[in-house]
Design a binder for this molecule. Structure first.
Ligand code: HPA
Length: 274
């Protein structure tokens, strides 16, 4: 089952041809409900699409419009910690690229490493550090899709980031920028790891996003990524981290997050850059 088969299936299901896609992180699935005339397809109905088993992830692809803008919205993603191969973790992005999407907004829940962040804040990802130990582009390269050695200098599109900052300011939403470091999980990090990651230049830590952005850039899609700081990273506060807290904070911030997303999306230019 290849991403092309999944894309062909999607093309056969709808006449909608969205250029924008959104990947919703834990607890943000409600965004998909705000689409008009949406076709909601459970991942299990799409050829080859991996199932998401993570709590807080719905596991469906919604195709619809948001104030007239055609959108593909993924509620739920396949994480490495679920036991998925890296190929499965990026299957959705590869399928969406073949479906015709040109710009991707990736959202996630993250732990805040930067001490100026607070729980419940939103952060615009400016760059990443890949600590997953794998790269989704390992293996034979299809030159028709992208180069063998894709550049990652502007993985988090500078124009998109400028637009997101402007929109956030207009809406009165605080939106600092930060570097996202990806760990495989599923255990949260240790306090020593968090201190080490801070020294390395990380502001946020999470268990997703990096493989998706690498593959999206390889295909020439433009990316914007926003984290919700659902908790301060390990060792910062005198309390343990738990998944319930992550989901609760996600739910509390959902309204602000969705307001920002809805206002940013129509302003994102879909002309590809390589
Ligand atoms: N660490 C890793 N992933 C996360 C965290 C965290 O503290 N919070 C939400 N996702």
């Amino acid at each position: 089952m290849t991403p092309q088969l999944a894309a062909d299936f999607l093309l056969s299901q709808t006449s909608l041809r969205p250029k924008h896609a959104v990947i919703l992180g834990s607890g943000l699935g409600a965004f998909a409900d705000s689409l008009t005339d949406a076709l909601s397809i459970p991942y299990c109905d799409i050829p080859g699409w991996p199932q998401s088993t993570a709590i807080g992830h719905a596991g469906r692809l919604c195709l619809g419009t948001l104030n007239g803008l055609p959108l593909a919205v993924l509620s739920g993603r396949a994480h490495l910690y679920e036991g998925h191969s890296i190929d499965k973790a990026v299957f959705g992005i590869r399928a969406l690229g073949r479906f015709g999407v040109k710009a991707v907004v990736v959202t996630n829940a993250a732990g805040g490493i930067n001490l100026s962040y607070s729980q419940g804040g939103l952060v615009l990802i400016s760059d990443h550090i890949n600590m997953l130990g794998v790269n989704p582009l390992t293996g034979p390269n299809d030159e028709a899709i992208g180069p063998r050695f894709p550049d990652m200098t502007t993985a988090y599109d500078p124009q998109f980031r400028a637009i997101a900052r402007d929109v956030a300011q207009e809406l009165g939403i605080d939106l600092p920028e930060g570097v996202y470091l990806a760990c495989p999980g599923p255990s949260y990090e240790t306090p020593a790891e968090i201190r080490a990651f801070r020294t390395l230049g990380a502001d946020l830590v999470g268990m997703s996003t990096v493989p998706e952005v690498i593959v999206a850039r390889h295909m020439g899609l433009r990316c914007l990524a926003i984290s919700c700081v659902t908790n301060m990273a390990a060792g910062i506060l005198a309390q343990p981290i738990n998944h319930e807290e992550v989901l609760e904070t996600g739910a509390r911030v959902r309204g602000t997050f969705l307001r920002l997303l809805s206002a940013v999306l129509p302003r994102l230019d879909v002309r590809t850059i390589q």
